[in-house]
Design a protein around this ligand. Sequence first.
Ligand code: IVH
Length: 703
Amino acid sequence: MTADPETLSPTAAKAEMKLLAASLNAANTAYHRADTPEISDAKYDAMKARLQALEAAHPDLSDPNSPTQSVGAPPAEGFTKIRHRVPMLSLSNAFTDEDVADFADQIRRFLSLGDETVALTAEPKIDGVSLALRYEWGKLVEAATRGDGAEGENVTANARTISDVPHQLDGDVPEVFEVRGEVYMANADFAAMNEDQVAKGEKVYANPRNFAAGSLRQLDPSITASRPLKFFAYAWGDVSALPAETQSGVVAAFADWGLPTNPLMQRFEDLDALLAHYRSIEGQRSSLGYDIDGVVYKVDRLDWQGRLGFRSNNPRWAIAHKFPAELASTILEGIDIQVGRTGALSPVARLAPVTVGGVVVSNATLHNEDYIDGVDANGAPIREGGRLMIGDTVRIYRAGDVIPKVTEIDTTKPRGTVPFLFPEICPACDAPAVRDPGEAVRRCTIGFACPAQAVEQLKHFVSRGAMDIDGLGAKQIEAFHADGLITEPADIFTLRTRLDAGQIDLFRRDAKGRPTNQKSVDNLLDAIDACRKPELARFIFALGIRHVGETTAGLFARQFTSWQGFSSAMTAAGNDPEARDQVVDIDGVGEVMADAVIAFFADEGSIAAMERLMGEVAPVDAEAQSTDSPVAGKTVVFTGTLEQMSRAEAKAKAESLGAKVSGSVSTKTDLLVAGPGAGSKLKKATDLEIETLTEEEWLALIG
Ligand code: IVH
């Protein structure tokens, strides 16, 4: 597709334009429905540029509905949202037997168990999509996808078409019971369905998981019904009562109620037997008939699960023991440099396409320039073969959804000969890119003034965990930015007024002067308006401050509860060491994060951009920590030996009641809980006249 557009015959041009338009439309749709691996940005841009060139050369052949004429895809009209009453979390991973032993040890320590046996269940980790099924009085009333864990999509009509999903549970089922499990497609069904799709000229899916996800998220339930989906029940969410006191007992009840459960689930009291079961499942992997990517272990006793509780995003009582990642070998054809939202220059390997784990991979991360040079931060070699050369054969691996990585050079193959020179200027804006002493990463130095950083920041701002603006995804941000319509977050919210005032032409016009996509413009502007009152935590996360992820943003939101409180504390912290100490002291924050936020609030460019943004949005105050507990909002320090529970459990419990747990005693401390052997902290607390409790008194206080 490289012929000069000017010299192409109208017939050839038209055929190529049609093909390009179809591919771009498909890519836009895939982008919106995250169930299809998308084509690379570079390829998308190249196709769009080619189509634009053809349209310019053959204006008479141009289609007013061409994907070059609208900004991105029409917003996906879709499912209503369902807020999960109990969040749908993910699992932490173990990769080695040692990781599993550590998991068991941590449980033992957290629960301060002596010789008591910790029974664990082990079952396959199904590589599908999770689904929550709400039963009331045994009757299926609602089904939701996981979504972002807090809010999923209402796919009730679709779930009802899955034959494995009972509409009515049998037997003695609690009043409310939300069953959770995995929807998947068997390998044989996947192969047959994909063949059908080819025959019908419809979309082909990369693997059974994508096919299952795509099938569950059909707007037309009759399409879901035509797809052979299956289901395994393995967990639960909101329930009015539980049918047993153990994980294995509840799953046995699931089976009695008529829900499909995995036959390979077993309970173990001995770690060696558990690991033997892992190897046995791994051995059966290729003959199971459905994809699995590891084995999930769960603490069997539910009272212990309750005490172990959750970290920010996963339970302490379960872990996924993943199977080793799949490896493949391919040629390194080149290295591209991507500029991230914090200015980091990341090298990306361009690879001869190769299939790994059912997905075609054509690029992989190369981490940083030292990695390309084959050395670690101290200059010591990190692999055989030394410096990576273009033309080398490299081994790559892919584990689950993780971006593929290059692991080593295949030194048995002829070596490449072209060295790669890591740029010292930003490829996006030509500003100097520098590496601070001790840092592995080279960064562009001009922040938001760099177009690549600005675009990445904007993409982050609208992304799912952040402002989550329907219909305004990465592709649209790129297009709006390229057209100069959005250069900073505030611009998103002024689109409507600028459009109404005739200052901008949001969408190009068709031959009759009408906007080509009035409906999508309206939908987009409505979706933007709907986001003018974001939750404080989302808003803080959306700002894209270095080191401030969703968890930290949540901490800040709970701590300061209002935008005003947060921003003035951060500004103050830039001027006053004591105010800075208070930020550093927030449990889970620390020096590096505090300094990043303080730097953000001290930067003139970001202050001005935030002022403009605050003219457009009003973040909703966060709920203060639960105030109905006697320790909510108090800063507690534990010292000495605790006898009833481990330090970790005590800390988790205190935090769940809204207390802040600190490691050191200061004037900010409200309570010291001192066990036997307490020393200097107890003395300091006494000197500062801080209230001191024994462990028993503490337990009595929190009930
Ligand atoms: S238990 C609190 N058991 O893996 C989490 N999850 O990485 C409870 N999954 O979102 C999940 N097989 O979609 C559990 N046997 C199994 C599973 C399983 C697959 C998925 C599930 C979850 C993801 C977590």
